[in-house]
Design a protein around this ligand. Structure first.
Ligand code: WTA
Length: 654
C-alpha cells in the first residue's frame, strides 16, 4: 500500500496546557514522567521489572523479566506466580475493606454500593460455585451478561480459580455467541435472564438457548443470573440459577496461584477476515499495564470515583472497569443502561449523583450528547469532575472542544487514549498533569511504549505530518499473546509485515512537528462503527449466508455521529430488486445481519446492482465503492472495469 504516505492537511493548532491546580496534585509531574521515560529508555527490562515489583503482589517473585527467545511469542515475568483477583481485591482488605469498590446503577435507577470486603465475599462465593460445577484452571468460561456488577464478579471469580473467561458483548446475537463458544471450546456459559436497555428487556437467556441449540457441545452448565425477572426457560441438568449456585458456598476461596503467563482471558475482536480473532491475554503483564495506565493516565487517587462507560464486553470494560481500577484500589461506577434514558442527561445526572471525578467515554457518545445541546449538562452540578477521557476512535476537534467546554467546564484535562484489544492497555495518551493537549491528537507514547510511524520499508518517517504505519517496536507486558486456536494468524496479522521486527497495529498515523501522534484510521478492512470494530468481511459473510444473496461488498462511509456507517452493495439472486421489493429486501437483510452478528452490524444503507465493480483480474474495487458510498465524485480509473455499467446502478442513477 504505497498511498499510505500521504501528507495530511489537518491543521489543528490549539494547545491546552494542563491546568496548574491539576498539576499541583497530580501523581505524575514533569520530573516524575521524565524519570520514567529515562528509566525505560536506558534499561527497558529493568524498568518493567521495577514496575512489576512495585505494583503487583507476587506469590513467588519472578527472576526473569522478558523472555524473547521464542519471538514474536514474548513472555513476561514467567517464573513468578501470582493471582489477578488477589491483586484486585484481597490485598486491599487490610487497609480499605469498607471502601466502595463498585457503585452500580441499573437503568431503572436501582443502585448498589459494593465494598471491597463484599466484593471479596461475593467473588469467593461465586468462585466456589464455579468449582462446584466442575470448573478447573485453564477451562474456558463464556460470560454473556448485562452491564451489572455480577459480570465483574464472574470475571474476577474466573481469574481467582485460573479459569479463562471470554466475555461476549450482550448486544451480540445468538449466532455470534455460538461461534465464540465453539472457538473457545467453553465448558460453561454464564448469562442472565435479561438485561435492560432503552427501556426494553435484552433477551440474553433466550439468545443463549438459541446459541446452545446447535453445536456448542463443549458446554456442560449454564449459570443464570436473575436480573430482569421475566419468565425464561431453564433446562434441567444444564441450567442453574446464580443464587442457587452460590447458596451454600463459603465466602472465602484460596486463590489459584498461576504463572505470570497463565492466560487470563480471551476477547474476540474483528479482523480482516470473516472470523473474529480470540485475542488471548496473560495474567501478570496484563494487570501490570492495566495498573500503570490507571495511575499514569487517569491519575487515580484515593478519593476518586472513576466512571468508564464501556461495557465489559469490550476491552475498555476489562481494563478500565473490571481489572485496572480495582487493582489500584479505586471506586468504579457501572451503569447498566442507555445514556438516553430517561433523557440525554442521564450521564450528567449520574456524574452529579455519584460525584464522579474521572469520566471516560467514546467520541461517538460525546457526539450524540453534544447534538442535544448545552442545556442538559448545564442542569447538573459537574463540579466533582476533574479529568475526562476518550477512547475508541479519533475524536473530531469540535466534539473535543464541546467536551472540554460544556462537560469539563474548561477545568478538566482531556486524555485522548489510543490503544487496542491487542495492546491490553493504553499506549499513547497525554499524562494529564504534564502533557499539553491538542484537540484530535492522542499526543505521546507512555513510558515503556516504543511507538513509531514507519513507511512501507519499515523505516521511521521523519518528515512531520506524513502518514505511515503505526507500529510498536518493543514487546510490552500487556500485549496480546496469541490468537486462540490460530497462532499463525497472530504471526501473520501482527508480525509478518515487517519481518517479525515490529508489532503492526493496523492503524495509519502521522506525527506532527512536536512529535504528537494523530491517528488517521485503519489500514485493513476493519470499520470503526461507534467506536466498535467490525470487519467488512464479517458483514459480507453474514449477507452472503442469506439465501437471497449472491454476492456482497461492504465498505465504510464517514458518519457524523457514528464515525463510520456501514454501506453494503448487494447482488441478489434473479432480478435486481426495485421499488417496494427493494425496500422489503433492505429490511429483511438488515434484520438478517442483526441476527447473524448483532444490531451494531446492521448496514445503514444497502444498494443493489447486477454485479460488483471488479477489475479484469476479478478484484472488487473497494476504493471505488467507498467513493460511491460517500456520494463522492469517482476518482478511480473505471476504464479497466469488467462491468462498468454497474457503477451507475450502485450510484442509484439507474
Ligand atoms: C481505534 C479499543 C483514534 C484504532 C480500545 C484502534 C482510536 C482501534 C483511539 C482499536 C483513539 C482506539 N484515537 N483511534 N484514541 N482508540 N482507536 O480493539 O483504530 O476495540 O486500532 O480497542 O480503535 O479498537 P478496539
Amino acid at each position: 500500500m504505497s498511498d499510505i504516505e500521504i501528507n495530511s492537511i489537518l491543521t489543528e493548532t490549539r494547545l491546552f496546557e494542563p491546568p496548574a491546580n491539576f498539576t499541583a496534585n497530580a501523581r505524575l509531574k514533569m520530573a516524575e514522567l521524565e524519570t520514567l521515560h529515562q528509566q525505560a529508555d536506558s534499561d527497558y527490562e529493568g524498568f518493567w521489572a521495577q514496575q512489576a515489583n512495585a505494583l503487583l503482589d507476587w506469590h513467588t517473585p519472578f527472576s526473569k523479566t522478558l523472555d524473547d527467545s521464542n519471538a514474536p511469542h514474548y513472555q513476561w515475568f514467567n517464573d513468578g506466580t501470582m493471582n489477578v483477583s488477589y491483586n484486585c481485591i484481597d490485598r486491599h482488605l487490610a487497609t480499605q475493606a469498607a471502601k466502595t469498590a463498585i457503585i452500580f446503577e441499573g437503568e431503572n435507577g436501582d443502585t448498589r454500593h459494593i465494598s471491597y470486603q463484599q466484593l471479596h465475599d461475593e467473588v469467593c462465593a461465586f468462585a466456589n460455585a464455579l468449582k462446584a460445577q466442575g470448573i478447573k484452571k485453564g477451562d474456558r468460561v463464556v460470560i454473556y451478561m448485562p452491564m451489572v456488577a455480577e459480570a465483574v464478579i464472574a470475571m474476577q471469580a474466573c481469574a481467582r480459580i485460573g479459569a479463562i473467561h471470554s466475555v461476549v458483548f450482550g448486544g451480540f446475537s445468538a449466532e455470534s455467541l455460538r461461534d465464540r463458544i465453539e472457538d473457545a471450546g467453553a465448558v460453561m456459559l454464564i448469562t442472565a435472564d435479561g438485561g435492560t436497555r432503552g427501556g426494553k428487556i435484552v433477551e440474553l437467556k433466550q439468545a443463549a438457548d438459541k446459541a446452545l441449540s446447535k453445536g456448542c457441545s463443549s458446554i456442560q452448565h449454564v449459570i443464570v443470573l436473575k436480573r430482569s425477572g421475566h419468565d425464561i426457560a431453564m433446562q434441567a441438568g444444564r441450567d442453574i440459577w446464580w443464587h442457587d449456585a452460590i447458596a451454600d458456598q463459603p465466602s472465602s476461596c484460596e486463590p489459584e496461584w498461576v504463572n505470570a503467563e497463565h492466560p487470563l482471558f480471551l476477547l474476540y475482536t474483528s479482523g480482516s477476515t470473516g472470523k473474529p480473532k480470540g485475542i488471548q491475554h496473560a495474567s501478570a503483564g496484563y494487570l501490570l499495564n492495566a495498573m500503570t495506565t490507571n495511575l499514569w493516565v487517569f491519575d487515580l487517587q484515593d478519593n476518586d470515583i472513576f466512571w468508564c462507560t464501556a461495557d465489559v464486553g469490550w476491552i475498555t470494560g476489562h481494563t478500565y472497569v473490571a481489572y485496572g481500577p480495582l487493582a489500584a484500589g479505586a471506586t468504579v461506577v457501572m451503569y447498566e443502561g442507555s445514556p438516553m434514558v430517561p433523557d440525554g442527561g442521564r450521564f450528567w445526572k449520574m456524574c452529579e449523583q455519584h460525584k464522579v471525578s474521572i469520566f471516560y467515554t467514546a467520541p461517538t457518545a460525546i457526539r450524540a450528547l453534544m447534538k442535544l445541546g448545552d442545556d442538559l449538562p448545564a442542569a447538573y452540578d459537574l463540579s466533582s469532575l476533574r479529568l475526562l477521557g476518550t477512547v475508541g476512535e479519533p475524536i473530531n476537534p469540535e466534539a473535543w472542544m464541546w467536551y472540554h467546554r460544556v462537560i469539563g467546564r474548561q477545568r478538566c484535562p482531556i486524555v485522548d487514549t489510543w490503544w487496542q484489544t491487542e495492546t491490553g492497555a493504553i499506549v499513547i495518551s497525554p499524562v494529564p498533569g504534564v502533557t499539553a493537549t491538542k484537540p484530535g491528537s492522542c499526543t505521546l507514547p507512555l513510558p515503556g511504549m516504543d511507538v513509531a510511524v514507519v513507511n512501507e520499508a519499515g523505516d521511521p518517517i521523519t518528515r512531520a505530518n506524513t502518514g505511515g504505519y503505526l507500529v510498536i517496536k518493543k514487546p510490552w507486558p500487556s500485549m496480546v499473546r496469541t490468537v486462540w486456536n490460530d497462532n499463525q494468524r497472530y504471526i501473520d496479522t501482527y508480525y509478518a509485515k515487517f519481518g517479525g521486527k515490529y508489532y503492526l497495529a493496523g492503524d495509519s498515523a502521522r506525527c506532527d512537528e512536536d512529535g504528537y501522534f494523530w491517528i488517521m484510521g485503519r489500514i485493513d478492512d476493519v470499520l470503526n462503527v461507534s467506536g466498535h470494530r467490525l470487519g467488512t468481511m464479517e458483514v459480507e459473510s453474514a449477507l452472503v449466508a442469506n439465501d437471497a444473496v449472491v454476492e456482497a461488498a461492504v465498505v465504510g462511509r464517514p458518519d457524523e455521529l457514528k464515525g463510520e456507517a456501514i454501506v453494503a452493495f448487494v447482488i441478489c439472486k434473479g432480478e435486481r430488486p426495485a421499488g417496494e421489493a427493494a425496500s422489503a429486501m433492505v429490511q429483511a437483510l438488515r434484520n438478517w445481519v442483526g441476527e447473524q452478528i448483532g444490531a451494531i452490524a446492521k448496514p445503514d444503507e444497502i444498494r443493489f446492482a447486477d454485479g460488483l465493480p471488479k477489475t479484469r483480474s476479478g478484484k472488487i474495487m473497494r476504493r471505488l465503492l467507498r467513493d460511491i458510498a460517500a456520494n463522492k465524485a469517482i476518482t478511480s480509473d473505471t476504464s479497466t472495469l469488467e462491468n462498468e455499467h454497474v457503477v451507475a446502478q450502485l450510484q442509484g442513477k439507474v
